[in-house]
Design a protein around this ligand. Structure first.
Ligand SMILES: Nc1ncnc2c1ncn2[C@@H]1O[C@H](COP(=O)(O)OP(=O)(O)OP(=O)(O)O)[C@@H](O)[C@H]1O
Ligand SMILES: [Mg+2]
Length: 298
């Protein structure tokens, strides 16, 4: 990373003109406080990580951001636009793209076709033009295919491009899902556990792509991840949530030593043996190499 890019990112990390403001959001399901008054901002050049034990509200935050759930209270402002009450396809068209905790792709379609589906906001022509295969439709189709080929190059998917996604190794499927999100040319990318279930090599590849997306494509990212090595290596800032509430926000260097984080991960009991996560994922505070998942992550 160049010094200029670093300085720009440091500026984007600030609260001056964030791409995203999540303000005092509450999302309750009968009796469950999935999100209980969470506030954070994401800078325009930032890789912002959200961590916390299983069931702490991380995916719920993504579901509010992408319009799947409407929060009872709070504000979500994305690039100056208030998102609460807007539908998922509207929010996607505004430039918010996500990947899912479990791969959500069309398994019987090829890699290229799955990526092309990510371009549907960029089709740029109406059905009549498409039927007639008129000039504008043809030009749009060519442009979309070119954009998808760039993503294939960027994510090193060449050897699988014409294969049905369902036949590919899991790590490659996760990469295709990332490609589908990139195909939308997002202003903000939400990644929900991008390396879950991956082996070491696949994880290292994914880490490299995530960094390149921030540094080369200059797309800000919100990353939910249990792999603490990845979070501590990649994130500019880390938000720790537990029971739907913010425990702490800070740099990857600060977070493992933050007293409230230590308390949350020890579950209020400092007498637990160090280095052991309990069945609820609690144990030592997060450190590189840790995976503080509760027994059944999904
Ligand atoms: N549609 C729903 N109906 C009822 N409860 C829900 C719903 N979605 C989430 N919850 C509850 O909200 C809480 C937060 O869940 P969420 O999926 O956001 O956790 P998470 O931090 O993503 O966990 P994990 O690390 O396991 O993915 C949990 O108690 C969950 O059971
Ligand atoms: Mg989740």
């Amino acid at each position: 990373m160049t010094a200029v890019a670093g300085a720009e990112r440091a500026a984007g990390r600030g609260e001056d003109d964030p791409i995203l403001r999540f303000e005092d959001v509450r999302l309750h399901f009968a009796g469950v406080r999935a999100i209980d008054g969470v506030t954070f901002t994401v800078g325009r050049h930032e890789l912002f990580a959200i961590i916390g034990p299983n069931g702490s509200g991380k995916t719920s935050i993504f579901n509010v951001l992408s319009g799947v759930y409407r929060p009872q209270t709070g504000r979500v402002v994305f690039d100056g636009v208030d998102l609460v009450g807007r539908r998922p396809h509207t929010i996607a068209a505004l430039g918010m793209a996500r990947t899912f905790q479990n791969v959500e792709l069309f398994g019987n379609l090829t890699v290229l076709d799955n990526l092309l589906l990510g371009r549907h906001h960029h089709i740029g022509y109406g059905p009549l033009a498409a039927i007639g295969w008129l000039g504008r439709a043809r030009r749009a189709e060519i442009a979309n295919r070119a954009a998808v080929e760039e993503i294939v190059d960027f994510l090193e998917l060449e050897r699988w491009r014409r294969m049905p996604v369902g036949l590919l190794p899991y790590g490659v499927q996760k990469r295709v899902e990332l490609g589908r999100a990139l195909a939308m040319e997002p202003k903000l990318l939400l990644l929900d556990e991008p390396v879950a279930g991956m082996n070491l090599e696949e994880t290292e590849d994914m880490a490299r792509f995530v960094l390149d997306i921030r540094d080369e494509l200059d797309i800000p990212i919100v990353l939910v991840e249990h792999d603490m090595g990845l979070v501590m290596d990649l994130a500019d800032r880390v938000l720790v949530v537990d029971f739907g509430q913010v425990v702490a926000t800070g740099s990857p260097a600060e977070i493992p030593h933050h007293p409230d984080v230590v308390r949350a991960y020890l579950g209020g009991s400092a007498s637990e043996p160090p280095g052991r996560a309990g069945p609820d994922g609690r144990g030592d505070p997060p450190r590189p190499g840790d995976d503080p998942r509760r027994e059944d992550p999904r």
